[in-house]
Design a protein around this ligand. Structure first.
Ligand SMILES: [Zn+2]
Length: 306
């Protein structure tokens, strides 16, 4: 092994585990993925270790290891919680991987990794405060301040998808039940399935989220109305974040981020709820797309040790 240092990032998801190796200059040197072993914690650890060992063998160098995964590690117990890969919940995944890989490992939420990737060399590059928002099957978000993930004592900074939709109208109360046990969470309105449900309830049509956006772009008045409701709700929900965090840039990821008109329409709407005479926050589309999770994991080691 020579002393070339690598940043290894791993995106540990419910269906696949992906690894990326970045060189010291941030260039991508290697990327691989394998299927996530089903419901088997030990096999998942082994799969991660094998990806790391093979990447280092093939590149002839050792690297730092950062891992992005759904859920968060409790600072109090060191155990993962809130993952949709339930076999990982309650497990000391960081400690176990540190033992297997014989080095310190950083683990954080996948939405934090998205925000870090975009803040480092994506749509939020150079900005002081970046709020990365994933609008996908769920709604997650992460906050990066001066190039570092904002974590916090509860490891939940940015978990805004399970706050209630602010300034609700009478017909938006109590809202749809959410898996978290409450109703009317932002996620139930702004996720892709949330958009589909709103369209179904309003029109009786079952249409996939991406098709609602495409049909709206093609002039379909019912899909246009559904998307307009989505934009107005998104403006309300994100105005809450702007009032508290005042980010320089809000970067969108996930399937709904492919809806072109959001970037023009939402900033025209959010001023109604932001407590300021003007709003200079930028709303931006991600640069790295689906790669941001694994890239951000690699960037968790901001300054390479040594
Ligand atoms: Zn919820």
């Amino acid at each position: 092994m020579n002393d070339l240092r690598l940043r290894l990032g791993i995106d540990l998801g419910g269906t696949k585990i992906e690894i990326i190796a970045l060189g010291t200059d941030g260039r991508e040197l290697l990327r691989r993925r394998v299927a996530t072993p089903r419901d088997d914690y030990r096999a998942t650890l082994a799969a991660v270790a094998e990806l790391v060992e093979h990447a280092e063998r093939d590149l002839g160098a050792r690297g730092t290891v950062g891992i992005g995964t759904p859920g968060s590690i409790s600072r109090a117990t060191g155990l993962l919680r809130g993952s949709n890969s339930v076999c990982l919940n309650g497990q000391p995944i960081r400690r176990d991987l540190e033992t297997i890989l014989a080095r310190e490992v950083l683990v954080t939420n996948d939405a934090n990794c998205f925000a870090l990737s975009e803040a480092t060399d994506g749509a939020g590059q150079g900005a002081d405060v970046v709020h990365g928002v994933i609008l996908g099957t769920g709604v997650g978000s992460g906050v990066v301040v001066h190039g570092e993930v904002l974590d916090g004592p509860n490891a939940i900074a940015g978990e805004w998808g399970h706050n209630p939709l602010p300034w609700p109208r009478d017909d938006e109360r109590p809202g749809s039940p959410c898996f978290c046990g409450r109703s009317g969470c932002i996620e139930t309105w702004l996720s892709g399935p949330g958009l589909e449900r709103d369209h179904l309830q309003s029109t009786g049509e079952g249409v996939a989220a991406k098709d609602i956006a495409a049909r709206a772009a093609g002039g379909d008045p019912r899909c246009n109305a559904t998307l307009a409701r989505y934009e107005e709700r998104f403006a309300r929900a994100i105005a809450h974040v702007i009032n508290i965090l005042d980010p320089d840039v809000i970067v969108l990821g996930g399937g709904m981020s492919n809806t072109d008109r959001l970037y023009a329409s939402v900033p025209k709407l959010w001023g109604a709820w932001v407590f300021s005479d003007r709003v200079d926050t930028r709303l931006a589309r991600n640069v790295h797309g689906d790669s941001s999770g694994v890239r951000g994991a690699a960037w968790l080691w901001g300054k390479l040790p040594g």
